[in-house]
Design a binder for this molecule. Structure first.
Ligand code: NAI
Length: 330
């Protein structure tokens, strides 16, 4: 198998190479897959892609014409792939459905604690020899109402952690069916929005969930609510959230993902200017913490991603992955 790896960083190369026990021919490229770069995959059997590769219908048509038969995603989400186009071109798409749900769930908690206790501001103050506490007032998480939207692999781990803080959890997820009293109740989205002190998003991005958090949803929320998004940027209408922050309706915002992140995250722009005015505005709020899609970025998760990706490729090579849709292999 010859696989062309897109959006690869030093760490991708390291972990994938370590997991490549079958010695497949892997060629690593730092560039994202797009219409301009798809040509790099000419002569390969498959491509290996990540969250911000642009795997739209045109790109897939080009890949199909070049003889590509496999798109091996090294991530859980597949919102960036046109599955119908892949099916039409007989290209199999596989992904890594669960690598370390702990990594993302723990990162959501890191954002919560950072925002609540103003850790980022305290850190800057201490470096300036400013040990005053004004402006750093937090609140106890104990007994707070936490709304979890999406209780799949990651959402459930997040619930476990927040239960450890003594939070009262409620869940909105059509597929969630609590079985015992230890499992938090399922509520309608409207109720979750209206009664949560903290809302954390753990559902996938699709046509139904795009801008799930919009002007109307924000209007229903409690004043001063904390909103956490470690799932996908498109779940949130960023302009509406900025309005919510300006009015004080949203008291805290923690995001690891951003709807226009694809040309921003994973790169170093420290020597230049950010052209995205909406993102730049977000960065001005003291009660906003942003990380650049690093929820997955733990040693354990990268090892598992590489292992599952190489196993998916091996299964495809053996003819075991025949479906032309997203294969749920783990
Ligand atoms: P999962 O598939 O195990 O769980 C998703 C859950 O969301 C399911 O229970 C599903 O029923 C529910 N859901 C679907 N539509 C919904 C809706 N309209 N409202 C409420 N719930 C809904 O997925 P998993 O592994 O928990 O991942 C969740 C998301 O986290 C992924 O789709 C991905 O976008 C994101 N993610 C982010 C990472 C990061 O580094 N920040 C890394 C990995 C995943």
């Amino acid at each position: 198998m010859k696989i062309c790896v897109f959006s690869s960083k030093k760490y991708d190369k390291r972990f994938i190479t370590e997991a490549n026990s079958a010695n497949y021919d892997m060629q690593f490229h730092a560039v994202r897959l797009s219409q301009d770069t798809a040509i790099l995959a000419k002569g390969f059997d498959g491509v290996c892609c990540f969250v911000n590769d642009d795997i739209n219908a045109n790109v897939i048509a080009q890949l199909g014409d070049q003889g590509i038969r496999l798109i091996a995603l090294r991530c859980a989400g597949f919102n960036n792939v046109d599955l119908e186009a892949a099916k039409a071109h007989h290209i199999t798409v596989c992904r890594v459905p669960a690598y370390s749900p702990h990594a993302v769930a723990e990162h959501a908690c890191a954002l919560i604690l950072d925002l609540n206790r103003n850790i980022h501001r305290a850190h800057n103050r201490i470096r300036e020899n400013d040990y005053s506490l004004d402006g750093l007032l937090g609140f106890d998480l104990y007994k707070k109402a936490v709304g979890v939207i999406g209780a799949g692999n990651i959402g459930r781990k997040f619930i476990n952690i927040m239960q450890g803080f003594g939070c009262n959890i409620i869940v909105s997820d059509p597929q969630y069916h609590p079985t015992g009293s230890h499992e938090p109740p399922r509520v309608e989205l409207d109720k979750l929005l209206a009664s949560s002190d903290l809302i954390s998003l753990h559902c996938p991005l699709n046509s139904e969930t795009h801008h799930l958090i919009n002007k109307n949803a924000i209007a229903q929320m409690k004043a001063g609510v904390m909103l956490i998004n470690t799932s996908r940027g498109g779940l949130v209408d960023t302009k509406a959230v900025i309005d919510g922050l300006k009015s004080g309706k949203i008291g805290y915002l923690g995001i690891d993902v951003y709807e226009e992140e694809s040309t921003l995250f994973f790169e170093n722009y420290s020597d230049t200017f950010i052209q995205d005015d909406i993102f730049a505005r977000l960065q001005t709020f003291p009660n906003v913490t942003i990380t650049g899609h690093q929820g997955f970025f733990t040693k354990e998760a990268l090892e598992q991603i590489a292992r599952t990706t190489m196993n998916n490729i091996a299964q495809f090579a053996k003819g075991n992955l025949k479906q032309v849709h997203v294969v749920v292999a783990s």
